[in-house]
Write a protein that binds this ligand. Structure first.
Ligand code: HEC
Length: 300
């Protein structure tokens, strides 16, 4: 084996490096998993909180505002959009986004056949709505998405027509308040049916920063691990050289000299460890050898 041909120091370093590389690989896999989960958790909880807030706004508008303004919908010349839950949610979110900190957040009630064309689903959102229509048991789709402004994390939920009251404005132009037709026209936003999934509520929060932070943490931890390893290798090498390799080399030289008949050499014993014991044993062996040699010489 190649390892057997190597000197002690090299052998140690090869094994240490192998152990380190395996350790680094395993810990980076484990750590990146943990960090990714944390990053995902962070953006998920942000998105869920926002989507819940928007639903509260919708609900508030449905139950508190709409009854107040209902009577004016038929009489006023212009439509009072403030009675519409979707309008309220979109407007509230618009104001939320005016904070610089939240300007990259995004909320939309993306609809296949919208009343307000601003809410028209794009290709990606259309595919989500179609999936919700096909899979009634899917209540949420989430994931990362690359947008020109950076990576975002999105959560999409199906939006179904759950109440009969919605159909007043979304079934046929004839049923809708006149002012709605004047403002939005009679061409779109109609023909919805009870329990139809007509839209997806989609919220997107910027994820680039969270993900970059995770990568940065990973890089820092890996750098620290590498530093600790290098320090350890240096320490082990120094110790190995001082307490194993050099004493053994000295002993080998001494043994070499003794074998050539040079008896005035001592095996240096500088420590009480195994190598020290070996030196002591060699010295005793040398003394025995000297005694035997002397006996042999006398007999001649
Ligand atoms: C008084 C009429 C009215 C009622 C009642 C109403 N909507 Fe609307 N809805 C509208 C109008 C008008 C818009 C467009 C608002 C805007 O300009 O943002 C709209 C927008 C929406 C949108 C956004 C997509 C689009 O069409 O522009 C969704 C989704 C929606 N409504 C669902 C519902 C649901 C669900 C209900 C029942 C809880 C409901 N609406 C009740 C009139 C109504």
């Amino acid at each position: 084996m190649v390892l057997q041909k190597l000197k002690l120091g090299a052998k140690f370093n090869v094994l240490l490096a192998a152990a380190f590389l395996i350790g680094l690989l395993l810990s980076s896999v484990a750590l990146s998993q943990v960090l990714e989960n944390r990053a995902r958790g962070e953006v998920t909880s942000k998105s869920l909180m926002l989507i819940q807030s928007m639903n509260s706004v919708r609900d508030y508008t449905s139950t508190k505002i709409q009854p107040l303004l209902k009577s004016r919908l038929d009489t006023d010349p212009t439509f009072i959009a403030e009675t519409v839950p979707a309008y309220a949610a979109t407007e509230v979110f618009q104001r939320f986004r005016e904070n610089n900190e939240y300007k990259d957040f995004f909320y939309k009630e993306a609809t296949l056949n919208p009343t307000n064309t601003r809410d028209k689903a794009d290709v990606f959102e259309t595919s989500l709505v179609e999936r919700f229509q096909k899979e009634p048991n899917t209540k949420e789709i989430s994931g990362f998405r690359d947008l020109p402004g950076g990576q975002v994390f999105y959560i999409a939920r199906p939006l179904a027509v759950k109440q009969e009251s919605c159909l007043q404005c979304h079934s046929t132009p004839a049923r809708a308040p006149k002012s709605q037709i004047t403002t939005y026209g009679a061409d779109n936003g109609f023909g919805w049916k009870l329990n139809d999934v007509v839209a997806t509520q989609i919220i997107a929060v910027p994820a680039s920063e969270v993900i970059n932070n995770a990568w940065r943490s990973l890089a820092i931890v890996m750098a620290i691990l590498t530093g600790v390893f290098l320090a350890l290798v240096l320490l082990i090498n120094t110790l190995l050289k001082r307490s194993v390799i050099r004493p053994i080399r000295r002993m080998a030289n001494a043994a070499e000299a003794v074998s050539m008949g040079q008896m005035d050499i001592e095996f240096e014993q500088n420590s009480q460890d195994e190598i020290g014991a070996l030196a002591a044993a060699f010295n005793r062996m040398k003394s025995s050898l000297e005694i035997s040699m002397n006996l042999l010489n006398k007999r001649k």
